[in-house]
Design a protein around this ligand. Structure first.
Ligand code: AMP
Length: 289
């Protein structure tokens, strides 16, 4: 694995790969790897000739200062982990390279960036869209790999790629979970022992919602009410939001139809956890009795 720290070096290495006609797969990350990150890298390895992983804790997507300063980092551990996965290139750009002093340009994917998590994290998706656009211009991959865990991020970045004509396709990889169902996240390390025990309730509540929908429930408010009840009855989690939206447009649904994204955000102490499920709604004639 080559560790590359400057854009100039990265371009040299990747120009060589492109000259050989290789397909380049890219996994943008903020590091502190877990199995979820590794599953994206394995997909990139399998489907592409050259795999590039970036680690950059993007200061411009953090709306809370303590979230940025407390974000777990361990580049040495990360490098050792992904070397075993045979990743070809680990790209670790510096703040100066990404945002030089004169920096002025941002990408705002309107409307959908202000929904769900975006409503509570002003500027977050503007930061995400901007840094991903920059990374795509640095790496120029054929395929970018994203996790379903960050469902809104997928929708925002798909829109950005289409609107700005980026010649990149996106592959979405399912959420990797701990044995008890908790979605893997770098932030899980910040949970106390008690919070960690309670946090799987998020997945449990989403699974219950899937079952209710499979049995025919189509009222978004009833589904949301049940999810909230399950979480508050079984944990000390403070719900920020639970929402039923269209998986493609994030349009809020009252009656569930089409492909539904149920997304939620819950605080356990100071740690904000998110999770989601995507449910294709069957027509009435297909519902089990
Ligand atoms: P992050 O380092 O948190 O910015 O995540 C980098 C990429 O890994 C994003 O595309 C995330 O959606 C993805 N990711 C994070 N956690 C998981 C998970 N548990 N399962 C699958 N993908 C994940």
């Amino acid at each position: 694995m080559r560790i590359v720290k400057t854009i100039k070096n990265l371009r040299q290495v990747l120009n060589e790969a492109r000259r050989k006609g290789q397909k380049i797969g890219f996994v943008p990350t903020m590091g502190y790897f877990h199995e979820g990150h590794l599953s994206l890298m394995r997909r990139a390895k399998k489907e592409c000739d050259t795999s590039v992983v970036s680690i950059y804790v993007n200061p411009r997507q953090f709306d809370r200062k303590e979230d940025l300063t407390g974000y777990p980092r361990d580049i040495k551990r990360d490098a050792t982990m992904i070397e075993k996965e045979n990743v070809d290139i680990l790209f670790i750009p510096s703040d100066n390279d990404v945002y030089p002093n004169c920096y002025l340009t941002y990408i705002d994917v309107e409307k959908i960036s202000g929904m769900l998590c975006g409503k509570y994290r002003p500027g977050h998706f503007k930061g995400v869209a901007t840094v991903v656009a920059k990374l795509l211009n640095m790496v120029r991959p054929d395929v970018m790999y994203l996790g379903q865990k960050d469902a809104q991020q997928v929708v925002v970045l798909k829109r950005m790629l289409a609107d700005l004509n980026f010649p990149v396709s996106i592959r979405v990889v399912p959420t990797a979970r701990e044995k008890d169902g908790l979605a893997m996240s770098s932030r899980n390390t910040r949970l106390t022992a008690q919070e960690r025990l309670q946090a799987p309730v998020l997945h449990k509540a989403l699974k219950e919602a899937s079952l209710n929908i499979r049995s025919g429930e189509r009222s978004a408010s009833k589904i949301i009410g049940r999810i909230k009840k399950t979480i508050t009855r079984n944990s000390g989690g403070k719900i920020q939001y639970v929402a039923c939206v269209s998986a493609d447009t994030l349009e809020v649904l009252k009656v569930l139809k089409g492909t539904v994204l149920i997304a939620l955000s819950v605080f356990f102490g100071k740690t904000r956890l998110i999770d989601n499920v995507i449910i294709p709604i069957k027509k009435a004639s297909e519902v089990q009795s």
